[in-house]
Write a protein of this length. Structure first.
Length: 215
Protein backbone atom coordinates (compact mmCIF):
# COMPACT_ATOMS: atom_id res chain seq x y z
CA UNK A 1 0.00 0.00 0.00
CA UNK A 2 2.84 2.36 0.90
CA UNK A 3 4.55 1.52 -2.41
CA UNK A 4 1.38 2.46 -4.30
CA UNK A 5 1.12 5.75 -2.39
CA UNK A 6 4.73 6.55 -3.24
CA UNK A 7 4.14 5.82 -6.94
CA UNK A 8 1.08 8.08 -6.95
CA UNK A 9 2.97 10.84 -5.11
CA UNK A 10 5.97 10.65 -7.46
CA UNK A 11 3.77 10.71 -10.57
CA UNK A 12 1.04 13.02 -9.30
CA UNK A 13 1.51 15.59 -12.06
CA UNK A 14 1.37 12.99 -14.81
CA UNK A 15 -1.71 11.33 -13.27
CA UNK A 16 -3.51 14.68 -13.02
CA UNK A 17 -2.61 15.38 -16.66
CA UNK A 18 -4.06 12.03 -17.75
CA UNK A 19 -7.26 12.65 -15.79
CA UNK A 20 -7.68 16.12 -17.28
CA UNK A 21 -7.04 14.80 -20.79
CA UNK A 22 -9.57 12.02 -20.22
CA UNK A 23 -12.21 14.53 -19.08
CA UNK A 24 -11.39 16.78 -22.06
CA UNK A 25 -11.74 13.96 -24.57
CA UNK A 26 -14.89 12.69 -22.92
CA UNK A 27 -16.79 15.97 -22.66
CA UNK A 28 -15.14 18.63 -24.85
CA UNK A 29 -13.38 17.30 -27.95
CA UNK A 30 -12.09 14.00 -29.27
CA UNK A 31 -11.06 12.30 -32.48
CA UNK A 32 -12.40 9.21 -34.18
CA UNK A 33 -10.84 6.87 -36.73
CA UNK A 34 -13.00 6.12 -39.77
CA UNK A 35 -12.23 2.66 -41.19
CA UNK A 36 -14.96 2.39 -43.84
CA UNK A 37 -15.98 4.20 -47.00
CA UNK A 38 -19.61 4.92 -46.12
CA UNK A 39 -18.95 8.68 -46.11
CA UNK A 40 -16.95 8.87 -49.33
CA UNK A 41 -16.05 11.24 -50.91
CA UNK A 42 -16.23 13.55 -47.86
CA UNK A 43 -14.47 11.19 -45.45
CA UNK A 44 -12.09 8.51 -46.72
CA UNK A 45 -11.01 5.32 -44.91
CA UNK A 46 -8.07 6.16 -42.65
CA UNK A 47 -9.23 9.67 -41.78
CA UNK A 48 -8.92 10.66 -38.12
CA UNK A 49 -11.75 13.16 -37.68
CA UNK A 50 -12.17 15.68 -34.88
CA UNK A 51 -15.38 15.62 -32.84
CA UNK A 52 -16.76 18.79 -31.25
CA UNK A 53 -18.55 17.39 -28.21
CA UNK A 54 -19.78 20.83 -27.17
CA UNK A 55 -21.55 21.44 -30.47
CA UNK A 56 -24.92 20.39 -29.10
CA UNK A 57 -24.60 19.62 -25.37
CA UNK A 58 -22.67 19.95 -22.16
CA UNK A 59 -22.42 16.35 -20.99
CA UNK A 60 -21.38 14.46 -17.90
CA UNK A 61 -17.79 13.29 -18.47
CA UNK A 62 -17.36 9.61 -19.36
CA UNK A 63 -21.08 9.04 -20.03
CA UNK A 64 -23.18 10.29 -22.93
CA UNK A 65 -25.69 12.12 -20.70
CA UNK A 66 -26.64 15.70 -21.51
CA UNK A 67 -26.70 18.28 -18.72
CA UNK A 68 -27.49 21.30 -20.90
CA UNK A 69 -28.57 21.51 -24.53
CA UNK A 70 -26.55 24.16 -26.35
CA UNK A 71 -27.87 23.69 -29.88
CA UNK A 72 -29.62 21.19 -32.15
CA UNK A 73 -28.14 19.31 -35.12
CA UNK A 74 -28.65 21.13 -38.41
CA UNK A 75 -29.49 19.63 -41.77
CA UNK A 76 -26.18 18.80 -43.45
CA UNK A 77 -24.21 18.40 -40.20
CA UNK A 78 -21.97 15.34 -39.97
CA UNK A 79 -22.70 13.74 -36.61
CA UNK A 80 -20.93 11.04 -34.61
CA UNK A 81 -23.24 8.82 -32.57
CA UNK A 82 -23.30 5.58 -30.61
CA UNK A 83 -25.90 3.53 -32.47
CA UNK A 84 -27.71 1.10 -30.20
CA UNK A 85 -29.32 -0.47 -33.25
CA UNK A 86 -26.01 -1.10 -35.01
CA UNK A 87 -24.07 -1.73 -31.81
CA UNK A 88 -21.23 0.57 -32.85
CA UNK A 89 -20.11 4.17 -33.24
CA UNK A 90 -21.14 5.67 -36.57
CA UNK A 91 -20.55 8.81 -38.62
CA UNK A 92 -23.33 10.04 -40.94
CA UNK A 93 -24.87 13.21 -42.36
CA UNK A 94 -28.11 14.67 -40.98
CA UNK A 95 -30.77 14.80 -43.71
CA UNK A 96 -34.08 14.76 -41.84
CA UNK A 97 -34.89 16.91 -38.80
CA UNK A 98 -37.68 16.24 -36.26
CA UNK A 99 -41.04 16.72 -37.95
CA UNK A 100 -39.68 16.49 -41.51
CA UNK A 101 -41.35 14.31 -44.13
CA UNK A 102 -38.58 12.40 -45.94
CA UNK A 103 -38.78 10.04 -48.90
CA UNK A 104 -36.36 8.71 -51.51
CA UNK A 105 -37.23 7.82 -55.09
CA UNK A 106 -34.48 6.34 -57.27
CA UNK A 107 -31.80 7.90 -55.05
CA UNK A 108 -33.41 11.34 -55.11
CA UNK A 109 -34.10 12.61 -51.60
CA UNK A 110 -37.45 14.37 -51.13
CA UNK A 111 -37.79 16.69 -48.11
CA UNK A 112 -41.28 17.90 -47.19
CA UNK A 113 -42.51 17.21 -50.71
CA UNK A 114 -39.61 19.00 -52.45
CA UNK A 115 -37.07 16.84 -54.35
CA UNK A 116 -33.45 17.86 -53.88
CA UNK A 117 -31.44 19.00 -56.89
CA UNK A 118 -28.27 17.22 -57.99
CA UNK A 119 -25.38 18.40 -60.14
CA UNK A 120 -22.74 16.18 -61.70
CA UNK A 121 -19.41 17.04 -60.11
CA UNK A 122 -17.01 14.55 -61.64
CA UNK A 123 -18.23 11.84 -64.00
CA UNK A 124 -15.02 9.82 -63.78
CA UNK A 125 -15.20 9.58 -59.98
CA UNK A 126 -19.02 9.28 -59.92
CA UNK A 127 -19.39 12.23 -57.57
CA UNK A 128 -22.33 14.61 -57.55
CA UNK A 129 -23.31 17.69 -55.60
CA UNK A 130 -26.44 17.26 -53.49
CA UNK A 131 -28.10 20.63 -52.94
CA UNK A 132 -29.46 20.49 -49.43
CA UNK A 133 -31.31 23.62 -48.28
CA UNK A 134 -28.60 26.10 -47.17
CA UNK A 135 -25.81 23.55 -47.65
CA UNK A 136 -24.36 21.75 -50.67
CA UNK A 137 -22.15 18.70 -50.33
CA UNK A 138 -20.66 15.93 -52.44
CA UNK A 139 -22.03 12.40 -52.64
CA UNK A 140 -20.71 9.27 -54.32
CA UNK A 141 -23.25 7.78 -56.68
CA UNK A 142 -22.85 4.69 -58.87
CA UNK A 143 -25.35 5.30 -61.66
CA UNK A 144 -25.26 1.72 -62.91
CA UNK A 145 -25.60 0.22 -59.41
CA UNK A 146 -28.96 -0.38 -57.76
CA UNK A 147 -29.99 -1.68 -54.36
CA UNK A 148 -32.98 -2.12 -52.09
CA UNK A 149 -32.13 1.23 -50.48
CA UNK A 150 -32.50 3.36 -53.62
CA UNK A 151 -36.09 4.24 -52.66
CA UNK A 152 -38.27 4.34 -49.57
CA UNK A 153 -41.77 5.73 -48.96
CA UNK A 154 -42.36 8.96 -47.12
CA UNK A 155 -41.69 8.82 -43.39
CA UNK A 156 -42.11 11.46 -40.69
CA UNK A 157 -39.09 12.01 -38.46
CA UNK A 158 -40.20 11.72 -34.80
CA UNK A 159 -39.45 14.38 -32.22
CA UNK A 160 -35.92 14.22 -30.78
CA UNK A 161 -34.81 11.92 -33.59
CA UNK A 162 -33.00 12.39 -36.90
CA UNK A 163 -32.75 10.70 -40.27
CA UNK A 164 -29.14 10.28 -41.36
CA UNK A 165 -27.54 9.08 -44.60
CA UNK A 166 -24.01 8.31 -45.69
CA UNK A 167 -22.48 10.37 -48.48
CA UNK A 168 -21.53 7.11 -50.21
CA UNK A 169 -25.21 6.85 -50.87
CA UNK A 170 -25.42 3.30 -52.22
CA UNK A 171 -22.91 1.78 -49.79
CA UNK A 172 -23.92 3.02 -46.37
CA UNK A 173 -25.70 1.35 -43.47
CA UNK A 174 -27.62 4.39 -42.24
CA UNK A 175 -31.22 5.25 -41.31
CA UNK A 176 -32.42 3.13 -44.21
CA UNK A 177 -31.17 0.10 -42.31
CA UNK A 178 -31.03 1.16 -38.66
CA UNK A 179 -33.92 3.62 -38.46
CA UNK A 180 -34.03 7.09 -36.95
CA UNK A 181 -31.19 8.24 -34.70
CA UNK A 182 -32.29 9.32 -31.20
CA UNK A 183 -30.95 12.71 -30.13
CA UNK A 184 -29.51 11.12 -26.98
CA UNK A 185 -27.20 8.88 -29.06
CA UNK A 186 -25.41 11.81 -30.70
CA UNK A 187 -21.93 12.40 -29.29
CA UNK A 188 -21.00 15.50 -31.26
CA UNK A 189 -20.33 17.06 -34.65
CA UNK A 190 -17.46 16.12 -36.94
CA UNK A 191 -15.70 19.27 -38.14
CA UNK A 192 -12.42 18.42 -39.85
CA UNK A 193 -9.83 15.77 -40.61
CA UNK A 194 -7.01 15.82 -38.06
CA UNK A 195 -4.78 13.28 -39.81
CA UNK A 196 -5.28 10.64 -42.48
CA UNK A 197 -3.48 7.36 -43.14
CA UNK A 198 -3.56 5.51 -46.45
CA UNK A 199 -4.40 1.86 -45.71
CA UNK A 200 -3.29 0.86 -49.21
CA UNK A 201 0.14 2.48 -48.91
CA UNK A 202 1.46 1.01 -45.66
CA UNK A 203 -0.44 3.60 -43.59
CA UNK A 204 1.55 6.50 -44.97
CA UNK A 205 -0.02 9.87 -44.01
CA UNK A 206 -2.04 11.76 -46.59
CA UNK A 207 -0.62 15.25 -46.22
CA UNK A 208 -3.29 16.80 -48.45
CA UNK A 209 -6.01 15.88 -45.93
CA UNK A 210 -4.45 17.33 -42.77
CA UNK A 211 -6.93 19.77 -41.18
CA UNK A 212 -9.26 19.43 -44.14
CA UNK A 213 -12.72 20.87 -43.26
CA UNK A 214 -15.65 18.47 -43.51
CA UNK A 215 -18.46 21.04 -43.62
Amino acid sequence: MNKLKNIIKENRGFIIFLLLMSVFRSAVADYNSVPTGSMLPTIVPGDQITIDKLAYDIKVPFINHSLVRLDEPKRGDIVVFESESAGMRMVKRVIGLPGDRIAMVNNTVIINGEPLSYQLSNQQSNTMQELLPQRTHAILFEQQQSSDYDSFPEVVVPQDQYLVLGDNRQNSADSRRHGFIPRAEIIGRANKVLLSFDYDANYLPRTDRVYKPLI
